[in-house]
Every structure is written in C-alpha cells, then in structure tokens.
Design a binder for this molecule. Structure first.
Ligand SMILES: Nc1ncnc2c1ncn2[C@@H]1O[C@H](COP(=O)(O)OP(=O)(O)O)[C@@H](O)[C@H]1O
Ligand SMILES: [Mg+2]
Length: 227
C-alpha cells in the first residue's frame, strides 16, 4: 500500500484565552488520499477553519502530528516549512485575502511571480486562469471594484495557478450565487482528475453532497460520512 497523501495522528488543537481554554479539535486520526474532493461540514465555530489552517501550516497543533507525503510537518525548519507550502499547498481563505493595491490579474499572477517565474509568463497564465472562472472581462479591475463573488473567484484562480497538489478552500462559495457555486465546484471536480486533494469547508449541503465524502466536525470530533 502506498502512503496516504496526508496522515493525521492524534491531532488536537486548543486555544487559550485570558479566562478559558477552548478545545477545538480532539485526538483526530485521519488518512486523506489524493484524487478526492473532501467536504468539511460543521456548525459555525466547530473548527473548520482551524483544521484547514493546521493543514496549511499556518498554525501549529497543540498535540499530535500531521504528515504530508510521508514527511512530518511538525518540526520543519522555517525554510523547509516555506518550501513545503510553496511546493504543495494552496489555500482559499474565507475572506479571500486579495491584495487591494493590485489588479485581479496581478493578484492571480502573484503565486508564480513569488516562485520566480517570468513576469510576462505569469501574467499570461493569470489571464488563462481568470478566464476559467469566467472573469476574462475583469482582468484589470482592482478588488474594490469587483463584487464579493467576483473577488472570491479571483481568489480561486489565484489558488489554482500554482498547480499545487493540495488545495484547501475555506467556504469558497460562501459569497457566490447558485450558478457560480456550481461552476466553481465543477472546476474543483476537474482538478480531482489531476490527482489533487481538494478539501473544502462548506455550509452548502448540495456542494458537500457532490464531494467524494464528507468529514463532519462537531464537538472537536471528525466523523466521516457517505463513502
Ligand atoms: N486564534 C484564536 N484564539 C482563540 N480562539 C480561537 C482562535 N481561532 C479560533 N478560535 C475559536 O475556535 C473555535 C473554532 O473556530 P473556527 O475554526 O474559526 O470555526 P469554523 O471555521 O468552523 O467556524 C471558535 O470557538 C473560535 O472562536
Ligand atoms: Mg471558518
């Protein structure tokens, strides 16, 4: 048997605040394989974003271990951590995190530019990916001149351009209307055929049902549903 793409062992996360401890994830064990779309559902505050941030190496577990492609990510040096992120991980944030001083096309080109790709090539690629999310007519718009849904589609194009193996999406269709949600999701479906692993936190039941399976998060425990 080949190694799981992502292996999670006894993962726990708690937050300390001035007067209490919030236990968000408790002793989670999971193997996640590539070529799958996995939905994460759960009520607001159940820890979906926390879980995605741990997988994206943006935060550290309180206890337990995450391995990506057989490599433990717990004790990576700063250099190796950044390399792991650059080579393998894209995240679409709940609040899209676009750079307000850059146009749509520049925002999307950014992951390539910071990977030292040629500028003109990066811009060409950005145009291609913006067209895939139906924003071919918004290339030179600044984020503030785009609707919430359009901004989210720019963020999605930006996460796709670096062609990483792991794509984490935190409620990516939260601001989109029905038609755009279905369209964006169909793009995630294409990615899965490229043997990527796509993990999507969502409140949208219909989209969750289109995933290969759902991880439902409640009281710190993750249960696998359907499949
Ligand atoms: N940095 C933090 N410090 C303290 N509490 C936090 C922090 N981040 C998240 N939490 C708490 O952890 C719980 C899970 O939050 P979150 O992962 O954002 O949930 P979800 O994405 O499912 O809505 C919430 O109760 C939230 O208030
Ligand atoms: Mg969240």
């Amino acid at each position: 048997m080949s190694k799981p793409f992502i292996k999670i062992e006894k993962l726990s996360k708690q937050f300390e605040t001035s007067n209490s401890t919030i236990q968000v994830l408790k002793d989670i064990n999971l193997n996640l394989d590539s070529g799958k779309i996995i939905a994460i559902t759960g009520p607001s505050g159940s820890g979906k974003s926390t879980f995605l941030h741990l997988l994206a190496l943006l935060d550290k577990p309180t206890k337990g271990k995450i391995s990506i492609l057989g490599q433990s990510i717990n004790n990576l040096s700063e250099y190796n951590k950044n390399k792991m992120i650059r080579d393998n991980i894209s995240i679409i944030f709940q609040n899209n995190n676009l750079l307000s001083d850059f146009t749509a096309i520049e925002n999307v080109a950014m992951p390539l530019i910071i990977r030292n790709k040629n500028y003109n090539y990066s811009i060409k690629q950005a145009e291609k990916f913006l067209k895939k999310v139906n924003l071919g007519k918004r290339l030179k718009h600044f984020p503030s001149d785009l609707s919430g849904g359009e901004q989210q589609r720019v963020a999605i194009a930006r996460s796709l351009i670096s062609e990483t193996k792991i794509i984490l999406a935190d409620e990516p269709t939260g601001n989109l209307d029905y038609k755009n949600s279905i369209e964006v999701f169909s793009y995630f479906l294409k990615l899965k055929q490229k043997n990527k692993i796509i993990i999507i936190a969502t409140h949208n039941r219909e989209l969750a049902n289109k995933a290969d399976y759902t991880l439902s998060l409640s009281n710190g425990i993750i249960k696998r549903e359907n499949g």
